[in-house]
Write a protein that binds this ligand. Structure first.
Ligand code: ADP
Ligand code: XUL
Length: 513
């Protein structure tokens, strides 16, 4: 059996698959907001951060790990799991002191992970991908290495506020003594993997590429970028490795508490987007995935790194080899939720029936769909900007917001040069047929969803099975099947309305940024 974890923005989930029976045999998840309300993070992060700061408590992720393993061990005999892999929300960083490695090597199963690990943090909260507070540090690092074009040529992205490098620099400037006491900077992914393994594990190439520190040519830390980021950083960084190469056997805490076998191995964890590429069966070039989670992302495998001339897109490692391109939109599900709550409706107002009533309004009412700072394009929006040609109804407002989200996505993915023949849709909002229809219409391509909704956790379980010697392509043909009734075809009569709307959207956007 193979176990895959996904520690995302709002939840930790786990999938166990049995490659002999070709099926998923257990699933469990913990929602940070609902199941761990004492962290006061209803959407997985601490609300109200100043100057664009968005942090989360790493102990929340750790407490969730104990909870999810408790749920899984009540369902199945975990001693049959031979390999564990996982993924984490990308870019988030965890700062630990010297005691971390000895604490995780000697965890006491009669106590909780949280009680034992909190003393090892040098920074009580972790900056996560939603943080936009490091503009100054981005400028400083870029100018030290010769500008953003150079940073992008080396790392696959220009300096990005949410990426880990500028976050490390900010911490080293703001709190030099706590930075000096930091012996390791982990990513969310490597932190959780290390706790499971009882020793600090390497950082996976796929996720490591989201730090602005990895040189894509040789997949190792770029000395100049590391030196420009913070002093003595080289010694605080873990080595890099592939998420397909197991690094350790599971720690004794998990053997004694949850019944794992002492032979169960642990792979380095990757990022949620690279894992999702695997779980969607999209690791070979030619397919496009749109993930509608807390963030919306648009990504595709590519053989060679191709960078975005506008600087919004990124190159990450593809767990199956090669690379993936990705564009991330910060105003994803939380923007859809904001409009839902503003109108006092529920998700049924976003359903196909509700939205088809406003089909004649397609492309006529523009919304720049940003309820807060956006990263694609980069701008400190405070509320949506609208240009409506018709009176507002709930259906028209919802249609316009969704159209705005996907027009923005279409506009900012043009540099990839992919005309999608089919779009694979995943993430929490992908089950909504109304939203899926607008995706199909705006991109004028059929949309498919897979039988398994949680593509990152599935991808992690497939990575575990592959690391144990199974063939990934075979596994994907079994586990990554489109669900037969999930296909949504584009309304071809709307093609010209959306071509016109794309130009109008671009013009409206240019008046604001
Ligand atoms: P993440 O992996 O980033 O933690 P998920 O992929 O689990 O997030 O997606 C969670 C989001 O999915 C929620 O914030 C919610 O807004 C959205 N969602 C869930 N159900 C629906 C639905 N029926 N229609 C639209 N959005 C939904
Ligand atoms: C990608 C990004 C987000 C996070 C959280 O660059 O910032 O997609 O990985 O899902």
């Amino acid at each position: 059996m193979f176990l895959g974890f996904d520690s995302s923005t709002q939840s930790l989930s786990a999938i166990v698959l049995d490659a002999d029976q070709n099926k998923i045999i257990a699933e469990a998840s913990v929602n940070f907001g609902k199941d761990l309300p004492h962290y006061s993070a209803p959407s997985g992060f601490i609300p109200g951060g100043s100057s664009g700061e968005v942090h989360a408590d790493p102990m929340m992720w750790i407490e969730a790990l104990d909870l999810v393993l408790g749920k899984l061990s009540a369902q199945i005999d975990l001693s049959k799991v031979t390999m564990i892999a996982g993924s984490g929300q990308q870019h988030g960083s965890v700062y630990v002191n010297e005691s971390f490695d000895s604490i995780i090597a000697n965890l006491d199963p009669s106590s909780s992970l949280k009680a034992q690990l909190s003393a090892s943090l040098t920074r009580s909260t972790s900056p996560i991908w939603m943080d936009t507070s490091t503009g100054q540090e981005c400028k400083e690092i870029a100018s030290a290495v010769g500008g953003n074009a150079e940073v992008c040529a080396r790392s696959g992205s220009v300096m990005i506020e949410r990426f880990t490098g500028s976050q490390i620099r900010k911490f080293s400037k703001q709190n030099p003594s706590a930075y000096a006491a930091t012996s390791r900077v982990h990513l969310v992914s490597s932190f959780i993997a290390s706790v499971l393994a009882g020793k600090s594990l390497p950082i996976d190439f796929g996720d490591g590429a989201g730090m602005n520190l990895l040189n894509l040519k040789d997949l190792t830390w770029d000395k100049d970028l590391v030196n420009a980021t913070a002093s003595n950083l080289t010694e605080k960084l873990l080595p890099t490795a592939s998420c397909l190469k197991p690094q350790a056997t599971i720690g004794s805490y998990f053997i004694e508490k949850y019944g794992f076998s002492k032979n169960c191995q642990v792979c380095p964890f990757t990022g949620d987007n690279p894992a999702s590429l695997v779980g969607m069966g999209a690791t070979t070039p030619g397919q496009v995935v749109i993930s509608l989670g807390t963030s919306d992302t648009f990504f595709a495998a590519m053989a060679e790194p191709k960078t975005d001339p506008q600087g919004f897109g990124h190159v990450f490692g593809n767990p199956a080899g090669g690379f993936m391109s990705l564009i991330c939109f910060r105003n994803g599900s939380l923007a859809r939720e904001a409009l839902r709550d503003e109108l006092g409706v529920d998700w049924s107002a976003f359903d196909q029936d509700a939205l088809s009533s406003s089909k004649s309004s397609a492309g006529k009412n523009l919304t720049l769909p940003f309820y807060g700072p956006e990263i694609t394009p980069r701008h400190d929006f405070e509320k949506p900007v609208t240009e409506f040609s018709e009176p507002r109804t709930d259906a028209i407002s919802i249609r316009s917001l969704l159209e705005g989200q996907f027009l923005n996505m279409r506009l900012h993915s043009q540099w990839m040069g992919i005309a999608p023949q089919r779009i694979l849709l995943t993430g929490g909002a992908s089950k909504n047929n109304g939203i899926a229809q607008i995706v199909a219409d705006v991109f004028q391509a059929p949309v498919e969803r897979l039988e398994v909704a949680n593509s990152a956790a599935l991808g992690a379980a497939l990575i575990a099975a592959t690391a144990a010697g199974n063939n990934l392509v075979n596994l994907q043909s079994i586990f990554c099947k489109p669900s037969p009734d999930s296909r949504i075809l584009p309304e071809t009569s709307l093609a010209s309305a959306y071509a016109t709307a794309l130009d109008a959207f671009k013009r409206l956007l240019q008046t604001q940024i």
